[in-house]
Ligand binder design. Sequence first.
Ligand code: ATP
Length: 351
Amino acid sequence: MQLDVELKKSFKNFTLDVAFHLSSPRTGIFGPSGSGKSTIMNLLSGLELPDSGYIRLGDAVLFDAKKKINLKPDQRNVGVVFQHAHLFPHMSVKRNIFYGYKRVKLENRRIDPDGLFKVLGITQLLSRDVSTLSGGERQRIALARTVLSNPQLILMDEPLSALDEGHKFQIIPYLKNVFDNYGIPMIFISHSVLEMRMMTDEVLMIQKGRVLQHGATEELVKKSWGRGLESYVNLIHLGGASPYKDLFLYKWGDARLILTEPAEGENNLFELDSRDILLFKRHPEATSARNLLECTVTDIYSSGNRVRVELVCGNEHLIAQIVPESVHELGIEEGALVVAAIKASAFKKIF
Ligand SMILES: Nc1ncnc2c1ncn2[C@@H]1O[C@H](COP(=O)(O)OP(=O)(O)OP(=O)(O)O)[C@@H](O)[C@H]1O
């Protein structure tokens, strides 16, 4: 994806003034409430008219104030998934999905609907009444409708934020499936760092209508933590568990992890707060922590009274957060060997 944007838009109490070039097919727009994320999305999709600037998507000019080009929303080939699914309540699920499909030219119907229903896990929902669906199911239906319209870009405006905590992340594997199967570039809007990390490789940080930072998602999360993010959260993908005494044993690269929480299937995501990792110079003789990992320090960065220590443990990466005094006591520097101790209960299952 190549998206070139320079846009200005003023409302009574707010001015958006941004210029950016996005090339990653999984991009995020991140920022606090009221920073201008939805305004950017509305300008890109053609729902709002910019005061000035241009929008170029690949070879297509969607908007150019100087050249007086302004493609209508349905000419832009940009699909939108909103926070709420906006399904027609009087139509069946199937009719909702195919709404608009008949307007897609035959040569552009490149996505097989039955295949898409499998990818989104909605085949069994097709004959259901819209009113009987859960929030996550509704979002998957809305996504199916958008994908079938054959967009060259999908904008997702906080697609998870209306879902309750328990179901929020269940939809993430489906979103990833759609991306992996059809390769349609996505711009994902959110004010959740966790969602950004799960859904994007590149992120544009917006504040008060301006671009504050732009870069690789993980790098921004690691390095800009001093400005408000209390600690780094390690995201750990684990396959299925096997029982181990009263606990559960997982394979993690070449290492083994013991957790209190069970998980099924090969696609489980756990979070581990960087503050929950203790570092030792040598193997402790006895400890209540069930996990002791031999690691090498690869990077250290500090902000105020906190220091983040990047580690490679086997072939996996971890970030621990300690205080400056511990850095001196442990002799932590790049290349140093340490033992990371992690309690079995420190891993929290996301999905
Ligand atoms: N049509 C409009 N008329 C007047 N002000 C508007 C309009 N649309 C947006 N705004 C204002 O522009 C600012 C940015 O709004 P926007 O919805 O883009 O923020 P956001 O980052 O998406 O916020 P949130 O995360 O809460 O959805 C807000 O102050 C909002 O009140």
